[in-house]
Design a protein around this ligand. Structure first.
Ligand SMILES: Cc1cc2nc3c(=O)[nH]c(=O)nc-3n(C[C@H](O)[C@H](O)[C@H](O)COP(=O)(O)O)c2cc1C
Length: 254
């Protein structure tokens, strides 16, 4: 492996979410360079069923921070990028070409395609931004108030906000420790899905690793395991209005 290759893998392995930013704007040139690089991502049939809204207006960021559940970093970051699943563009084109597409656009498969395309371009954006030394954090919290977010951003029918990404200059004094990940044995299987008894020891091992991590990290220390954290988090039903919001927004999932 040459140095460029190993540096690139190190960049991926060094990822951590940044939630504290310097009060400094990223040059527009860099934002465009990042998005241009990210846009080279693969998308289903090259359909590019996504849109990215670059929010720089301070008042709008403040509102979005609020809608996302008082997430201050949304207000403090340089740019808040909202990644939208977008079938509106395709619908507009089909109407201009007199191609009937309603049944297709209403389908669960097209919902998946648009959501996956938006997610892929987002993760490329993350890697591009981090390669230039910027910090990022995803913000799924905007789905706490999807209607308000869509209204604020003037999102048309057949689009919806999948998540946002805060991007900015990381505050060098608030860079968190890297969060450990599950051992490979818990997520990477050979040829077939294994018996869960073979997997569970890896999860126990990870619980021990995360216990140490939560205990020793510089902020928000606590005594907990990963299994407990994730089941506590997921046991509470959240955003149960999502189905009706999606239907309203032109994603009836048929
Ligand atoms: C789709 C998605 C939505 C997320 N939403 C939020 C969010 O609303 N607020 C937040 O602080 N972090 C959010 N995160 C960041 C995760 O909490 C974080 O990636 C995870 O804990 C792993 O930590 P790391 O990124 O530092 O390695 C989100 C991540 C993803 C992928």
């Amino acid at each position: 492996m040459n140095k460029v290759q190993s540096d690139f893998l190190s960049l991926l392995e060094n990822h951590r979410s940044i939630r504290h930013f310097l009060d400094k704007k990223i040059p527009d040139f860099d934002i465009r360079r990042i998005i241009t690089a990210a846009q080279s991502v693969s998308t289903s049939s090259n359909g590019q069923a996504f849109s990215i809204i670059n929010v720089t207006d301070q008042e709008m960021k403040k509102k979005l921070a609020n809608y996302a559940g008082s997430q201050k970093q949304v207000e403090d970051c340089s740019n808040f990028l909202v990644f939208c699943a977008d079938l509106f563009r395709l619908e507009q084109i089909s109407q201009r070409l007199n191609v009937e597409m309603k049944k297709v656009l209403d389908s669960t498969e097209m919902f998946l395609i648009a959501t996956i395309d938006a997610t892929l371009v987002a993760q490329n954006t993350v890697v591009a931004a981090e390669s230039l030394g910027y910090g990022i954090v995803y913000t799924g919290g905007i789905r706490n108030n999807p209607e308000k977010v869509s209204e604020l951003l003037n999102l048309p029918y057949r689009t919806f906000p999948v998540f946002g990404i805060c991007i900015g200059y990381p505050d060098p004094n608030r860079i968190p420790e890297k969060k450990p990940r599950l051992p490979l044995g818990a997520v990477f299987y050979q040829n077939e899905y294994p018996n869960f008894d073979e997997v569970y020891p890896y999860i126990n091992k990870y619980d021990e690793t995360m216990k140490e991590y939560y205990r020793n990290r510089s902020e928000s220390k606590r005594e907990d395991t990963w299994s407990k954290t994730i089941t506590d988090k997921r046991k509470i039903p959240r955003r149960m209005n999502m189905k009706s919001f999606l239907e309203e927004q032109g994603y009836p999932l048929k």
